[in-house]
Design a protein around this ligand. Structure first.
Ligand SMILES: NC(=O)c1ccc[n+]([C@@H]2O[C@H](COP(=O)([O-])OP(=O)(O)OC[C@H]3O[C@@H](n4cnc5c(N)ncnc54)[C@H](O)[C@@H]3O)[C@@H](O)[C@H]2O)c1
Length: 246
């Protein structure tokens, strides 16, 4: 087992990609803390019923104080924090013409600010341990601009790509690695609102000619969380069926 004895916090873990990451990390021996604004308890219970070590952490990641308290509580209970996966995210659809100021602020608040609050809260513990890995789930849109979303989504993910590299540079001296996974077209609730026509259009542009599965993103996150990636930091790993090769 690759994560035996590790403590991993995963945001947006009640469903979709986040839940698959929690499940895979638990299977690999980690204690997983499932953060979500809804459904965290149910998701944690389903892992506990399979005899995995799981903790529910119901909170909204845009609440900086709640994030700080939750991280302190996890560190108090488990004495360490080895892995943070910033996965929680939201999307907005449409063009710049439809996009409202409220939507802009909401997407930036969750996708950028919430991610920062969690990094800020865990880093002091990781510095003390002189080890840790942070994995941010961004998007192909953060590298090439929005394909299926409103222009705030890609902007928020581009900001996270830059945060990933900045933290990777600043935290390397403490043995902390910071990487990201950039998925595209993964079968989850987030992509479920596409019309069949849109879905076929998206698939046609992907060299592997299919949508991805949440488990395929989870496997990339596991690689970046594990010792197998011990010389990798500041990387933004594509999981996109070949749509973007950079
Ligand atoms: N599905 C895709 O095709 C795709 C592609 C590229 C990137 N991503 C990214 O992957 C990540 C996971 O996406 P998904 O497809 O699993 O989405 P999803 O909508 O199925 O799950 C997102 C989870 O995050 C939680 N969440 C949202 N806002 C929150 C908040 N403020 N506080 C706490 N929890 C919150 C939701 O409750 C939900 O459980 C996101 O960051 C998304 O941008 C997804």
């Amino acid at each position: 087992m690759e994560l035996q004895g590790k403590v991993a916090i995963i945001t947006g873990a009640a469903r979709g990609i986040g839940f698959e990451i929690a499940r895979l990390f638990a299977r690999e021996g980690a204690c997983v803390v499932l953060v979500d604004r809804s459904g965290a308890e149910k998701a944690a219970e389903s892992l506990k019923s399979q005899h995995y070590d799981a903790i529910a952490c119901p909170l909204d990641i845009t609440d900086a104080e709640a994030v700080h308290s939750a991280v302190e509580a996890v560190a108090g209970a488990r004495a360490r924090i080895d892995i943070l996966v910033n996965n929680a995210g939201i999307i907005a659809r449409g063009t710049v013409l439809d996009l409202t100021r409220e939507q802009w602020l909401q997407v930036m608040d969750v996708n950028v600010n919430g991610n920062f609050y969690f990094c800020k809260a865990v880093v002091p513990f990781m510095i003390r341990q002189r080890s840790g890995t942070i994995i941010n789930i961004t998007s192909i849109a953060g590298k090439m601009g929005d394909i299926t979303a409103a222009p705030v989504y890609g902007t928020s993910k581009g900001a996270i790509n830059t945060l990933t590299k900045s933290l990777a540079r600043q935290l390397a001296e403490y043995g902390i690695r910071v990487n990201a996974v950039a998925p595209h077209a993964i079968e989850t609730d987030m992509s479920a609102d596409w019309s069949e026509e849109k879905r076929q259009e998206v698939i046609a542009a992907i060299p592997l000619k299919r949508m991805g599965k949440p488990e395929e993103v989870a496997q990339a996150a596991l690689f970046l969380a594990s010792e197998r990636s011990s010389f990798i930091t500041g990387e933004i790993l594509n999981v996109n069926g070949g749509q973007l090769m950079d």
